[in-house]
Write a protein that binds this ligand. Structure first.
Ligand SMILES: NC(=O)c1ccc[n+]([C@@H]2O[C@H](COP(=O)([O-])OP(=O)(O)OC[C@H]3O[C@@H](n4cnc5c(N)ncnc54)[C@H](O)[C@@H]3O)[C@@H](O)[C@H]2O)c1
Length: 270
């Protein structure tokens, strides 16, 4: 048995991160590469993917950008083929991408079906398309770790009161958590359990990583109201998600399958 820290190593592993240039995805790519993996940075914008991969490479690690539109079946197929052609395998698949539709923060009474379907297409169908391309070859090789990213709002309902007076400049104003977000994130947890049972006997482990709210530019009103809902009294820092990610990605979690690691400062504990 290798020493305890070696069991967290991702040396000689290929890791794919969807949503790889987002707030959390970018950090996931960096930390997986620092742990030794060759990282595929996967997101919509090919220049951003290549840019982050170049930064990681400049720091002495291995990464390459492979852009993809997860809502497009042909794009996912071509993308997966290109990755498998280059590396021959995928050891770690992090299904982290999620989208916000054009009218994502509209009240439920006027939320459009078009927006609903757009979010479903990335957050749920995108995971189906991705695991359909990579899962069978992981099962054939007899190993792999799939990590599906959910949210505390796939586990519990949002407290609607925290959105009064909320503001997030980068997202253009007042924010809330729409029904489609909770719906897709709940589905992610169900998909994890299904996949854990489907490929578990083949050595492919599937788990959920569930972040709580991460501080990333929300106004102080929101941060305070959210923080007051958390036993630890504050929002998460992005890097606080990466310990659980490395655990799930590596052999340190070799008998963990079908589980949900909730990194939320205790929000869902009371
Ligand atoms: N940030 C948080 O507070 C928080 C909390 C709980 C859960 N999460 C979850 O963590 C994950 C990452 O969150 P984030 O805050 O980094 O989000 P983000 O919006 O910064 O990143 C998501 C990424 O997904 C990409 N993406 C969207 N549509 C795509 C498509 N069709 N094809 C390929 N890529 C696409 C986006 O371009 C973006 O880079 C999400 O699944 C989110 O639901 C985040």
């Amino acid at each position: 048995m290798p020493n305890v820290f070696d069991r967290f190593s991702l040396k000689d592993k290929v890791a794919v991160v969807t949503g790889g240039v987002g707030i959390l995805g970018g950090l996931y790519c960096r930390r997986l590469a620092e742990a030794g993996a060759a990282v595929v940075v996967a997101d919509l914008d090919s220049e951003k993917c290549a840019g982050l991969a170049a930064d990681i490479t400049a720091d002495g690690h291995e990464a390459e950008g492979f852009s993809v539109d997860l809502s497009n079946e042909a794009s996912v197929k071509a993308w997966a083929r290109a990755i498998l052609d280059k590396y021959g395998r995928v050891d770690v698949l992090v299904n982290n991408a999620a989208t916000k539709s054009p009218d994502f923060f509209a009240p439920l009474g006027s939320f459009t079906l078009e927006d609903w379907n757009k979010v479903m297409a990335v957050n749920v169908t995108g995971i189906f398309l991705t695991v359909r391309e990579f899962g069978p070859s992981m099962a054939e090789r007899g190993k792999g770790s799939i990590i599906n990213v959910s949210s505390v709002y796939g586990v519990v309902a949002p407290d609607q009161r925290i959105y009064e007076g909320s503001w997030y400049e980068e997202l253009g104003g007042a924010i809330n958590t729409p029904l489609i977000y909770s719906t897709t994130k709940g589905a992610v947890i169900a998909m994890t359990k299904y996949l854990a049972s489907y490929w578990g006997a083949n050595g492919v482990r599937t788990n959920t990583l569930t972040p709580g709210g991460v501080s990333s530019g929300q106004n102080s009103m929101f941060s305070e109201k959210y923080g007051a809902r958390v036993p630890m009294g504050r929002m998460a820092r992005a890097d606080e998600m990466t310990g659980a990610l490395l655990f799930l990605a590596s052999d340190a979690s070799s008998y963990v399958n079908g589980q949900n690691i909730i990194v939320d400062g205790g929000l869902t504990a009371w």
